[in-house]
Design a protein around this ligand. Structure first.
Ligand SMILES: [Fe+2]
Ligand SMILES: [Fe+2]
Length: 237
């Protein structure tokens, strides 16, 4: 059988956290400062549902591979959100219902994104940029090594590998369908840099106001956009 064009990794956050819990794991005294941090990660991942629904009505007009991209991507982001929910329950004994109450109340506003989300080229460019940023930011989180079970690290490694796959799939589609229009990809990246300064409104994309980014450099948008463009336009062997 031929490999599929887009890639998807198959694994389960809930299964990993169940394994940790069933192993008799005892909390080694994980600092409560991570609670807000993990809640911010949870809502970041959870907001994929808002973007998925925003784009859902457009499916008939989108290409088949792009619709598949969205479906594969959303399944993964849901698995990531499940993982952060389990992490908060396990580490801090947080109430599942109170977290779910907060999640379901989240409202998004895509007003500033209308242009960016209006065609496949710019959608793929913003996905590439955003997923690349996710890989970079999650890679900074090495504290999972100190949580008292190697499965915490397996979990975040799986999550990072998914974000890298989302990036690679977006680049693959851009190269396949839009490489003759590099100028427009570049223009879109300029537009993304400007949008980064707007306040985050639960759109999943450009959620870079949270605690993860307090450590980031001021010009991270500019440098990330340059790196992403270089990868998209890199000559193929
Ligand atoms: Fe994710
Ligand atoms: Fe992702």
């Amino acid at each position: 059988m031929k490999p599929t064009f887009l890639n998807k990794r198959h694994w389960s956050s809930k299964a990993i956290f169940k394994q940790i819990s069933d192993s008799g794991w005892v909390n080694p005294g994980i600092d409560s400062k991570y609670k807000e941090f993990f809640l911010a990660d949870l809502v970041s991942e959870y907001d994929s549902i808002n973007l998925y629904h925003y784009l859902y009505a457009r499916r008939p007009k989108l290409s088949s591979y792009f619709v598949q991209y969205l479906d594969l991507w959303f399944a993964d982001e849901k698995n990531h959100a499940d993982g952060f929910l389990e992490l908060n329950r396990l580490l801090y004994d947080m109430s599942e219902e109170s977290i779910l109450e907060k999640l379901k109340a989240r409202k998004s506003n895509f007003e500033h994104f209308e242009q960016l989300l209006s065609n496949e080229l710019s959608l793929l460019t913003v996905f590439a940029y955003d997923e690349y940023t996710s890989v970079k930011t999650y890679k900074k989180d090495t504290f999972y090594n100190d949580f008292g079970n190697p499965l915490f690290n397996s979990w975040i490694s799986n999550l990072i590998a998914d974000e890298a796959t989302h990036f690679a799939n977006a680049v693959k589609l851009l190269r396949r369908n839009h490489l003759s229009n590099t100028k427009e990809i570049e223009n879109t990246l300029r537009q993304i840099i400007l949008l980064e300064s707007d306040q985050y409104e639960n759109t999943f994309l450009l959620d870079h106001d949270g605690p993860h980014f307090l450590l980031g450099s001021a010009d991270f948008a500019e440098s990330t956009a340059n790196e992403v463009l270089a990868i998209i336009t890199r000559p193929q062997k």
